[in-house]
Design a protein around this ligand. Structure first.
Ligand SMILES: C[S@@+](CC[C@H](N)C(=O)[O-])C[C@H]1O[C@@H](n2cnc3c(N)ncnc32)[C@H](O)[C@@H]1O
Length: 376
């Protein structure tokens, strides 16, 4: 079966792999930031939901680099591949390094050498507006990732292919929370909102509605609606609901938003199939009028299970920066209590945590991304 090679962002390789798995199913890991997946009719639509996907290559090939491999061997191999795979018309070769790259392999030299080898009557170089782009990825060892990764150092590999026609990496241009008419310091940035939505997908279930019971300024509802999903947003604070509606209008999308306590989402929206619960719960000062953040979280989880017993939860919970360096066996605090205790409480609400991965927010703040499926 034909497949696609995917190149992930360096911000969080492990969450890149998790989101591609959630969106498309099984993956082959070629490098922490390079995956190979089968191509089916729905693959490209599903990939358009990914937050941490940089590039998509089709008709790809790969080349493991050993100490005796030279750059010349590589460029000749790419040129032979192009004879079979490059359509007629103009082309550009664009090479990039991942991590520290591979010693002895130069991006610019590969671009010009491959370009010179391929140029012919039917294929000429056009760097400004090429009909086809040959993308070459020189993937070396990681460059000290911000986030811990369970995949250790990898063997160096070069992979290349045609840039998938129509694929464009999401630049998030013009979508910064500070650009919106209603901004609050709690606003989630669009990349994180999109990531939480993609992680909430699950193979074998169709998710077409996103429910955010703590919508704040509406970051999650905006990203869901931009993807054509139905978004059901609510917040205890009517000022936040008003602001969410303003922000949705500004983003040119529509979604429903109501003022309601998170534990009341079943009476607000009714039972639903095919919905996922994606939220960033209150903590510290944002747990407005609602007492303890932990209680609020647990009551929202219980209500979510009642609203859709087959749904998925994807959330981000406050944790300390030590979570970024800890080992899996360390029981770090999440929402102020040891993770092992919180896991038991989450199970008590009918959910099974299937993923818990820390992400860095800034120097002194981290969040634990937690995905839960219905407990058996
Ligand atoms: C961390 S903020 C969410 C930020 C949001 N993701 C955004 O992008 O703006 C948490 C929100 O939960 C709301 N909240 C606090 N207690 C609540 C409760 N018991 N039920 C519903 N919403 C609540 C707060 O008003 C606040 O807007």
């Amino acid at each position: 079966m034909q497949g696609l090679t995917l190149i992930g962002s360096g911000w969080h390789p492990s969450l890149f792999r998790s989101e591609i798995k959630a969106l498309t199913g099984p993956i082959e890991v070629i490098h922490p930031r390079v995956l190979y997946i089968p191509l089916t009719d729905s693959t490209l639509t599903r990939l358009s939901r990914a937050a941490l996907l940089d590039d998509v290559l089709c008709l790809s090939a790969r080349y493991w680099v050993y100490s005796e491999t030279s750059q010349e061997d590589l460029t000749k191999t790419i040129a032979e591949w192009a004879q079979l795979n490059l359509p007629k018309g103009s082309f550009a070769v664009r090479a990039r390094k991942l991590g520290t790259g591979i010693p002895g392999f130069s991006r610019s030299e590969i671009e010009s050498e491959v370009g010179a080898l391929i140029t012919s009557d039917s294929n000429h170089v056009n760097l400004d507006d090429p009909e086809n782009v040959i993308s070459v990825v020189i993937a070396g060892p990681g460059d000290g990732p911000i986030h811990r990764d369970d995949i250790g150092q990898n063997s160096p590999i070069v992979t290349w292919g045609l840039q998938q026609p129509g694929w464009q990496r999401d630049s998030y241009a013009g979508r910064a929370p500070t650009d919106r008419p209603f901004f609050q310091p709690v606003s989630l940035d669009p990349k994180q909102a999109k990531l939480l939505i993609s992680l909430a997908h699950r193979r074998g279930t169709e998710t077409n509605t996103i429910v955010d019971p703590f919508c704040g300024t509406g970051g999650i509802a905006i990203e869901a609606a931009l993807q054509g999903m139905e978004a059901l947003a609510s917040d205890l604070d009517p000022r936040m609901v008003e602001g969410t509606l303003q922000n949705l209008e500004w983003a040119g999308v529509s979604a429903r938003a109501e003022a309601r306590e998170a534990s009341d989402i079943v009476s607000l929206w009714g039972s639903r199939n095919n919905c996922a619960f994606v939220f960033d719960p209150p903590y510290g000062r944002s747990s407005w009028k609602s007492g303890d953040g932990l209680e609020v979280l647990l009551s929202a989880l219980t209500a979510a299970r009642e609203m859709n017993s087959q749904g998925t939860v994807c959330t981000m919970l406050p944790t300390g920066p030590e979570a970024l360096n800890s080992f899996p066996e360390q029981d770090i605090d999440v929402m102020g209590i040891p993770w092992s205790e919180l896991e038991v409480m989450i199970r008590g609400c009918g959910w099974e945590p299937v993923l818990s991965t820390p992400v860095k927010v800034h120097r002194s703040l981290a969040r634990m991304v937690v995905v839960c499926h219905p407990a058996g």
